[in-house]
Design a protein around this ligand. Sequence first.
Ligand SMILES: CC(=O)N[C@H]1[C@@H](OP(=O)(O)OP(=O)(O)OC[C@H]2O[C@@H](n3ccc(=O)[nH]c3=O)[C@H](O)[C@@H]2O)O[C@H](CO)[C@@H](O)[C@@H]1O
Ligand SMILES: C=C(OP(=O)(O)O)C(=O)O
Length: 420
Amino acid sequence: MDKLVIKKSPALQGSVTISGAKNAALPLLITCLLTDQQCRFSNVPNLRDINTSLALLAEMGVTVEREDDNTVLLNASTLNSITASYELVRTMRASILVLGPLLAKHGKANVSLPGGCAIGARPVNLHLTGLEKMGATIEVEEGYIRANVNGRLKGARIFMDIVSVGATENLMMAAALADGETILENAAREPEIVDLAACLNSMGAKIEGAGTDNIRIQGVAELHGCDHQVLPDRIETGTFLVAAAVTAGKIRCEKAAPETLDAVIDKLQQAGATITTGDDWIELDMKGELPRAVDLKTAPHPGFPTDMQAQFVTLNCVAEGTGVVTETIFENRFMHVPELHRMGADIALEGNSAVSKGKSHLRGAPVMATDLRASASLVIAGLVADGETTVNRIYHLDRGYESIETKLGNLGANIQRVKE
Ligand SMILES: CC(=O)N[C@H]1[C@@H](OP(=O)(O)OP(=O)(O)OC[C@H]2O[C@@H](n3ccc(=O)[nH]c3=O)[C@H](O)[C@@H]2O)O[C@H](CO)[C@@H](O)[C@@H]1O
Ligand SMILES: C=C(OP(=O)(O)O)C(=O)O
């Protein structure tokens, strides 16, 4: 299995081009199930999770073509199966998003139940009860969600008691082809949902309110194809900004979407960064200074994203002062903490908070993470640790970061992929 070997690096300098957002691309690719016409997606990141999604769609009979590394053509008129198998679903939870579109377009779906995963239990009850409200009958048998509807799904008023990105996306896609109006209350407001709604509307859907907690969808009988460019990845952007901050560097992220990063930018400014933004770029300059520790609490958008929590725990470990990071979305998302301890970090876990006392030195060590952003936090720690850090099991990183070693290397990081 590949690993990354990182040596203490100079202050990061230069510019990096941000890829399309993994978490926008995954639901976007799945919209192809809602139409018999061709869908073209550009700025698709070249990632393991994208390949898994394409394999899942191909397994169901969708015609998948790649125009180039970042452009995909999909045509679901050749669909011949409504089953999403355990083999693929178990490697990527977002596979659950095929459930709503398959039900809406074909009246049935058979989707493996995604298991618990490293960061928490992650149930799918909101996806299922929402679809039941729209008239679906759902049974869970032998680890599979078996869903049916007689005729079309029906529009419904659906209140979700927890803000869920995935449930909002699944139900929005299903409602686009339902009979009548659906109102999603307490909907998630993430930029990826706004991007999905824009794509669906370009296919002929009638969706209003995406980006607010009340989304109204007038169902239509048919959707057509699309040509959609995926939103820039705000989590990849934030990860590079933190990497630059801990090395007291100065970098510019190109092809980024600064308006999706308010909460992260705010914390970087509190940490001492000077941030400048344009329409599609963000620049961070530490003016040669190391960061100050920050306190933060994760929350649904526009709050501080849980997918940036691990990277800020690392920042606090090497910052000036003590910072408290509180995780409120997932119950088990501090797996980077024991690995950071191995690198000499001073972090105390108190309930759902990580209290870090900043130190000027971490030391390199072999480390391993069991989830994507935890792995990113260890790579960042490796940049400032004395000596050599080996990050093992990097297939997690490859799920969500396109060419991370090349991009960091171009900014001056001392990082190499070792193939095994
Ligand atoms: C592919 C993708 O876009 N993944 C993102 C998405 O995951 P995902 O869509 O899986 O996350 P959710 O927003 O659904 O999860 C938020 C919380 O709701 C809970 N929940 C969710 C659904 C449900 O039916 N019942 C329930 O209780 C979850 O366990 C969690 O505690 O949003 C998360 C929260 O911003 C991010 O960390 C992930 O990177
Ligand atoms: C948790 C994440 O992704 P997923 O929901 O695909 O597991 C993530 O992107 O940090």
